[in-house]
Design a protein around this ligand. Structure first.
Ligand code: URA
Length: 207
C-alpha cells in the first residue's frame, strides 16, 4: 500500500531514489490521470548543477526519463559543445507528468498552468533539498516560474543569475524546444549559438 505523504510539510526523503519511488503514485494535480507515468529527475544525487525543464514530452512520457526526445537532443548537443558532461548533471522538470491534448493519433504538448506548476513544486523542492546544487539552470519560462515562485520575463533575465532568498542561484535561459520551433535554418543556428553562449557561461560559473 502506498504511504500517505504529508504534502502540507516540506518533503523529507532520505535519498533521491526514495523521492522518485514516492512520486510514482503522485496525484497532487489531475495530470497523472492521462500520463503514462511520473517522469522524475535523473542524475547524480549530489550534482553541483541541476537543469530544470518544463514537463516531459511525448517521448519522455513513454520512456519515463527526462529530455530524451527532440528537445533533449538539442540539449545534449549544446551540453557537449559547452563541455558540460550530462552524466554529472541532475536533469529534471518543473512538472513531472506529461500534459497533452489528443489529436488523432498524436498527443499535442500543452503548457502546464500555474496550479499544476505549484502542485509539482513540492517535488522540485525535494529534489533541490537533496541535491543541494551550486547552480540551477531554468530552461524556459515554466522552469523559471517554478523556481522563482512567480512568472518572470525570460527574455529580460536570460543569461543572468537570480539569487533566491534561500541563497539558491538560478541561471535563466531559454527552453531548447524554442530552437526547434524556429522555421528558418539561419535563425535556428543563430539561436543555437546564443543558447550555447548561455551554457558556456553556466560552465564558467561552475568553474
Ligand atoms: N521538454 C521538457 O521541458 N522536458 C523534457 O523532459 C522534455 C521536453
Amino acid at each position: 500500500m502506498a504511504t500517505q505523504l504529508a504534502f502540507d510539510e516540506p518533503a523529507n526523503f532520505p535519498t533521491i531514489e526514495a523521492a522518485r519511488d514516492a512520486a510514482r503514485t503522485c496525484q497532487r494535480c489531475p495530470l497523472w490521470r492521462d500520463a503514462t507515468e511520473t517522469v522524475f529527475g535523473e542524475g547524480p544525487e549530489h550534482a553541483g548543477l541541476v537543469l530544470v525543464g518544463e514537463q516531459p514530452g511525448d517521448q519522455e512520457d513513454l520512456a519515463g526519463r527526462p529530455f530524451v526526445g527532440p528537445a533533449g537532443k538539442v540539449l545534449d548537443e549544446v551540453l557537449t559543445e559547452a563541455e558540460i558532461d550530462r552524466a554529472k548533471v541532475y536533469v529534471t522538470n518543473a512538472v513531472k507528468h506529461f500534459k497533452f491534448e489528443p489529436r488523432g493519433k498524436r498527443r499535442l504538448h500543452m503548457k502546464p498552468n500555474a496550479g499544476e506548476i505549484q502542485a509539482c513544486r513540492w517535488w522540485l523542492d525535494a529534489e533541490l533539498s537533496l541535491t543541494r546544487p551550486k547552480l540551477v539552470v531554468a530552461l524556459g519560462a515554466t522552469a523559471a516560474q517554478a523556481l522563482l515562485g512567480k512568472a518572470v520575463p525570460v527574455t529580460k533575465l536570460r543569461g543572468s543569475v537570480v539569487e533566491r532568498d534561500d541563497g539558491l542561484r538560478i541561471f535563466v535561459t531559454i527552453h531548447p524546444s524554442f530552437i526547434l520551433r524556429i522555421p528558418e535554418e539561419i535563425d535556428k543556428q543563430a539561436e543555437f549559438r546564443r543558447f550555447l553562449a548561455d551554457m558556456r557561461e553556466v560552465g564558467r560559473l561552475m568553474g
